[in-house]
Design a protein. Sequence first.
Length: 277
Amino acid sequence: MEGILEIFLNIGIRDIMDMAIVAFVFYKLLMLIRNTSAEQLIKGILVLLIATKLSDWMGFYVTNWILKNTMTVGVIALLIVFQPELRRALEHIGRSKLFLNSIMELDTEQIEKYSDSIVDAVFNLGKDKIGALIVMEGETGLSDVIETGTIINGEISTELLINIFIPNTPLHDGAVIIRNGKIMAAGCVLPLTSNPNISKKLGTRHRAGIGVTEKSDALTIMVSEETGAISVSREGKLTRFVDERLLRKIIKNAYEQEERQPLLRMIWRRKNDKDKK
């Protein structure tokens, strides 16, 4: 008891900050792998670690030797197996607002106009039970996805979005990519989610909409051709049966200029303002 008490008494502010950083990093890692195949692999690794320790304590030398060598080779295997999760983690760090400049250069009036056009188009399509998939690019560029479709580079409008998704037209079967107030391309191919916990009732359109948000910070809007219901996905999470008011709010929040303004950019602007004065 005295030893434990001495440890607690010797903990300083620096130690608390150190532990808080480690706890935060572990929490973020858990959030990244939650509901993915990596979650099950982590459980398997923990079982192997416990088995290695137990075999050492119990004197099972052959078993322990096999497990230790398996763990040594497993480090290299982990880099291959966890490649999607590692990529997501690095992209998440790279999208930090501390370093990135926002690609959105729209003012409040433009955001209002474009969000209204998108919402009107989506709910008109929903009423007629016409399937649609709209991807709104964030900080992570989607140029590789845009290249899989037909370039449009047109102004966002309700009419154009509805016309793209009309059945039996050349571009209806695929995703529309929106970047900085422009419809960049249509008929684009998206990666499907590999999340095993996704409902079996969801079709390819919803799986593609979720998949692109797992690999980027994009916002996707999906219209079900079976029910006409509207769904939204971001960061690999799906929200179904969204109404007009909520969808408009989601779009505005996603592209609000001030909320997405990077820290370094804000500091630089303040410095320039002081210099001008």
